[in-house]
Design a protein around this ligand. Structure first.
Ligand SMILES: *[C@@H]1O[C@H](CO)[C@@H](O)[C@H](O)[C@H]1NC(C)=O
Length: 142
């Protein structure tokens, strides 16, 4: 298998979400698995804030996989490995996740919002109110 698009290093704040992508091409269709460096278990394991997805494509003999980590914790920081194999061989690529402590005062929304103010009234879209009635009277038996 060949990793045509390896996962990229990402960084984000605690509490936010990140996604790693990994695009592989091989024939026959390769298996794609994720691991965190230093852990034996493949992800997601039983960790509810981590999920993995894969689908065929975009290339003919390609598989694209994603590793999503929701609600980042400082302990999620590390190196994540996209591991792929078929009967002809195996290969891997890795990327680093850096988790920045979101409670740092320099990064909180409050310290930035001082220079502007938002009139929330301007953004309220009244068309939502009308749509709601249609959904409620919808006939789902059809
Ligand atoms: C950081 O987290 C936010 C909120 O979850 C998300 O919208 C954004 O795409 C993330 N940035 C990166 C580089 O993953």
């Amino acid at each position: 298998p060949v990793i045509s698009m390896p996962p990229q290093d990402v960084q984000n704040f605690t509490g936010n979400d990140v996604i790693f992508g990994c695009e592989v091409s091989a024939y026959p269709m390769p298996h794609l698995e994720w691991k965190k460096k230093g852990n034996k278990m493949f992800l997601p394991g039983d960790d509810a804030h981590i999920s993995v997805q894969a689908r065929g494509g975009p290339q003919k003999y390609g598989v694209t996989g994603w590793l999503q980590i929701q609600g980042l914790k400082k302990s999620d920081e590390g190196v994540y490995i996209c591991h792929t194999k078929n009967k002809h061989g195996a290969t891997y690529a890795s990327a680093r996740l850096k988790v920045i402590d979101g409670s740092s005062p320099a990064f909180t929304a409050g310290s930035r919002s001082a220079s502007y103010s938002v009139e929330y009234g301007d953004y309220y879209d009244h068309s939502d109110d009308e749509d709601e009635e249609e959904y409620e009277s919808g006939d789902y038996e059809n």
